[in-house]
Write a protein that binds this ligand. Structure first.
Ligand SMILES: C[S@@+](CC[C@H](N)C(=O)[O-])C[C@H]1O[C@@H](n2cnc3c(N)ncnc32)[C@H](O)[C@@H]1O
Ligand SMILES: *[C@@H]1O[C@H](CO)[C@@H](O)[C@H](O)[C@H]1NC(C)=O
Length: 316
């Protein structure tokens, strides 16, 4: 017991020193680079009211002619602001952040980051607000539909934003601790090799930030096509750009088994290339937008931001 307490004490002192050193630019950029491999990339240098306009910007001139009219301009709305405010508040709770940081360092020896977050119930993500979701699908706040399937739903916080529009909500997850979170929220969890064969058709399938984190993205696209309601059905798909696929396996990172051939470097170029990949899988782009993919912060950062492209796809 005494040994344990001294270990905790040393750990706290270590973190306090680390926090002091944090002002050093080198350490900060060095650590955020290694954090990229844990999917939490570019830490915020400037506060969001200084840089948030860049999160939504698109150079429509470099889009292919067919895609240009499909672009929807998004902006920092109330729903996003609420998430950011909450995240900034939470990262200021030092004792909770210390506890999370300590537990993660213990569990990271044998668990994936996703599973640790699921276990501790932290690191929730934000893709779009309800208004942004409705604008992309071109529906009103009262729009109702029958069935949603959210693939790779994480802890279900993003599912919750979509949930008021649906009577039945099905989800899939790879991580066991995330499955517990989803069951707690009363979603119907389907096995990752079972959802393709239930015989059900879905009105909306969401595949948010999953294609770059699974082993078979090309197969996944085709499977989604096969269980989507064939006329009114839509897929809502988010992908972090620049495209950088890797799969979490326990505490390790692996290359995916199937390659998705995304070309170009700029956000707009990769979007052009993705439209071709979707077409091959039997989908046309109906609308798309650029949004920040936000993650709750920890003791070092108020929140983390990745760059998302969000598409609404219709079956061809
Ligand atoms: C980056 S998170 C995205 C979570 C949430 N959809 C969001 O947008 O915030 C990707 C999730 O997909 C899960 N995952 C990975 N491969 C999967 C697969 N083949 N089927 C279902 N989920 C998978 C991971 O466990 C992880 O929770
Ligand atoms: C978020 O916080 C800012 C600054 O404290 C405040 O002006 C704003 O009204 C808050 N927004 C929401 C939606 O809570």
């Amino acid at each position: 017991m005494r040994l344990f307490l001294s270990w905790v004490l040393i750990y706290v002192v270590f973190l306090a020193v680390l926090r002091k050193m944090w002002s050093s630019r080198y350490l900060r950029s060095h650590l955020s680079r290694s954090l990229y491999m844990n999917m939490l990339s570019h830490s915020q240098e400037a506060p969001y009211w200084d840089c948030s306009h860049k999160w939504y910007a698109c150079d429509t001139q470099t889009l292919s002619e067919a895609l240009r009219p499909m672009f929807v301009q998004s902006y920092l709305d109330d729903g996003t602001q609420t998430f950011l405010n909450r995240s900034i508040e939470k990262s200021g709770w030092l004792s909770i952040q210390l506890y999370h940081s300590f537990m993660s360092s213990v569990f990271s020896m044998f668990m994936s980051r996703t599973s640790i977050n699921g276990l501790l119930g932290r690191g929730s993500m934000f893709v779009f607000s309800q208004e942004q979701f409705q604008r992309l699908l071109r529906v009103g706040p009262d729009w109702k539909s029958l069935r949603l399937l959210d693939l790779g739903a994480g802890d279900g916080e993003v599912t919750r934003v979509m949930s008021p529009h649906f009577e039945e909500i099905y989800v899939t997850e790879m991580s066991q601790t995330m499955i517990w979170q989803l069951q707690k929220k009363k979603y119907r969890v389907l096995n990752i090799d079972e959802w393709q064969k239930t015989g059900l058709q879905y009105d909306i399938i969401s595949c948010l930030n999953l294609l770059d984190r699974c082993h078979q993205p090309v197969t996944l696209l085709k499977e989604m096509r096969s269980v989507l309601e064939p006329t009114r059905g839509r897929v809502i798909l988010a992908l972090v750009l620049p495209f950088h696929p890797y799969v979490e396996n326990g505490g390790k990172w692996e290359k995916p088994a199937e390659a998705m051939d995304v070309t170009g470097t700029a956000w707009e170029e990769q979007v052009n290339s993705l439209a071709d990949i979707f077409k091959e899988a039997g989908f046309a782009v109906e609308t798309f937008t650029r949004l920040p993919y936000l993650c709750e912060g920890d003791m070092y950062n108020d929140y983390y931001v990745l760059d998302d492209a969000v598409f609404v796809l219709r079956p061809l």
